[in-house]
Each structure stands twice: as C-alpha cells, then as structure tokens.
Design a protein around this ligand. Structure first.
Ligand SMILES: [Mn+2]
Length: 317
C-alpha cells in the first residue's frame, strides 16, 4: 500500500487533507504532518476540518492554514482522509469529499471503513501519526522539525502520554526518531497539558460532582449538560479528559461520560482498564473506536440513555 500512496503523491499536484469532526491531537498532527510533507515537495495542499482547532493545538506548525469551509473540490487530484474509520465522520461535506476521484484512507481504528480504494490501516499502530511516520520512512522523505512536532503530538495524545496499551516498543522508537528530528517534548507537553483555562477546571468540578458508581464500583458514570457548559461559558473541548479522570478511580474498570450534544442527544465516551473491551459496547450502540477508548451517540433523555449504556455494559461484564 505504501507504493500506491507514494504514486498518488508523486503523480498529483493538488491535495485535500481531512479528518473527523471535533479533531483531536492525532487527527490534527497527522493532517499537518502530511500538509508539510506535500508543501515541502512543492505541491498544493488544503487541510479542511469541519470543526475549529482546539486552542491547545494552535501551536502546531501549520495550524493557522486549516480551513473550515470547502468550495468546489474538482481541482483536487486526491483526498487524504486520516484517522477516520467512516467517511460520515468528516461531517456535513462527506458527499463532496467522497466525490473526489482518489480517496486515500490512513487509519488505525479496529473497525475500518471501505469508502476508499486506497486503504492503509494497522489497528496495532498507536496512532495515525505513527502510520504517517512509517509512510514517510518508506518513501524516504526527510522529517523536518515541523513534521516531527506534528507527528509527536499525534502519538503523545493518542497514547495518553505513552500510558495506554497501544504504546509499544515501536512507538518509543518512532518518538525517539521524532525528538532527534526536532520535536521538543517539553514544549509540546506544556502546550497541550499545562494551558487549561480556569473555566475547564471549574467545569471538571461540576462534572465530577455527577459521578455515580455501578456494578459494585466497577463502572463510573459522569454527565455533562449544555446547562453546565453555559453556566461556565465552557466549550465542548473543555470536556476533554474528563472521562480519563473517572477511569483513574480505584476499582473502576469502565468509565463513561455522557455528553449532552443537544436536547435528547448524547455523545457517550467510554474508557476501560486492562482487558475490558469498550469497543464492543460502543459498537453495540452504533459507535466504535478502540478496546480501551471508544465512543457512540445515543438519542433519548438522560435517564433512558444512561440505562441503555448500563445495559450494554452489563451484558459485556
Ligand atoms: Mn487516532
């Protein structure tokens, strides 16, 4: 597959790069790494995301170039859809994006889509960023400081700072290479983890106050309502990491965060410890992800939604 992707890159001149809604560090780092690669080769590249870039990622080299609206796409030779197991996850422009003649999908999710003719996938890779690194090595492309910073961020955030089980020896080898190529691990960590606005910490207080434990303390559930966000003037991105705090509780094996997207519509984030597989639970509810980190969307009022999630969990325990 590396050769096919290299062929797409060498034969084209104008590329679109995109990823999933509410982009995370892996989505953004992978997109911007590829953006720099293409630009360094003298090609044109546009990075499009439906949703804005969270403030903590504004430091990423190239972040200012990301656009949030998409005009005609007939000028693009190919589109790279990154970190995206399903084309619908790119958002409202999925039809336009699917109409581009060549679609290249690079992803590391367990459940991968079939929407592209060129698919590079490895559910054993820590992140899409790690796969981009592999692609560049394979193509013999030099990794600049800007590329290294972006890929390192992708790996750092998708491995939970090298804590999740997707972190293998290969992940550290890639990280070491990126540090040698100019990724400043202290600068990157400080930008991502030590720049939280006070609002976010206050919101965390309110959300953690909703904590309820089920299944003899093995399941922890918190909820975020639009009312809480409004009260604190918080943004959706300020809920990032909440579910990980629930997982950090002793005895909790599955952490659940019910995020109210709009009235009677919830995004459910699931995290687990060890061998507990939340991807199965998310899939049963129409979502997906990884064994220890998955998500799905469920409709209904909060009590109904929580009941559905707890039922799905009970079946799997
Ligand atoms: Mn990812």
């Amino acid at each position: 597959m590396f050769d096919e992707i290299a062929e797409v890159i060498h034969s084209g001149t104008n590329f679109l790069i995109t990823s999933h809604m509410r982009p995370d560090g892996d989505a953004l780092g992978s997109e911007l790494a590829l953006y720099h690669v293409l630009r360094d080769m003298g090609k044109d590249a546009v990075v499009y995301n439906q949703d804005r870039t969270p403030a903590i990622y504004a430091f990423l080299p190239g972040a200012k170039a990301i656009v949030h609206s998409l005009d005609a796409v007939d000028g693009f030779d190919a589109v790279f859809v990154l970190d995206c197991s399903d084309i619908s996850r790119v958002g409202d422009e999925q039809d336009k994006i699917s109409s581009i003649q060549k679609i290249v999908n690079i992803d590391h999710h367990a459940s991968v889509g079939t929407f592209s003719e060129i698919l590079l996938t490895d559910s054993g890779a820590s992140s899409t960023g790690e796969m981009i690194h592999r692609l560049l090595k394979n193509m013999g492309i030099a990794i600049t400081g800007d590329i290294a910073t972006n890929i390192y961020t992708a790996i750092l955030t998708d491995t939970g700072s090298f804590q999740y089980s997707n972190t293998g020896s290969a992940t550290f080898r890639v990280a070491a290479d990126l540090v040698e190529m100019g990724a400043d691990c202290r600068y990157i960590a400080q930008n991502i983890y030590e720049t939280k606005p006070a609002i976010q910490i206050r919101l965390m207080g309110m959300v953690l106050d909703t904590l309820q434990l089920y299944e003899e303390g093995r399941v922890g559930v918190v909820s975020v309502t639009q009312k809480m966000l409004r009260k604190e003037g918080a943004l959706p991105e300020h809920t990032e990491g909440l579910v990980d705090t629930v997982r950090s509780i002793q005895g909790v094996e599955i952490a659940v965060c019910c995020y109210e997207v709009s009235e009677d519509r919830f995004k459910i984030s699931l995290r687990s410890k060890g061998d507990v597989d939340v991807e199965k639970i998310a899939r049963a509810l129409g979502g997906g992800g990884h064994r220890n980190a998955s998500a799905c969307r469920v409709e209904g009022d909060f009590k109904t939604v929580r009941g559905m999630v707890l039922d799905a969990i009970a079946v799997s325990m």
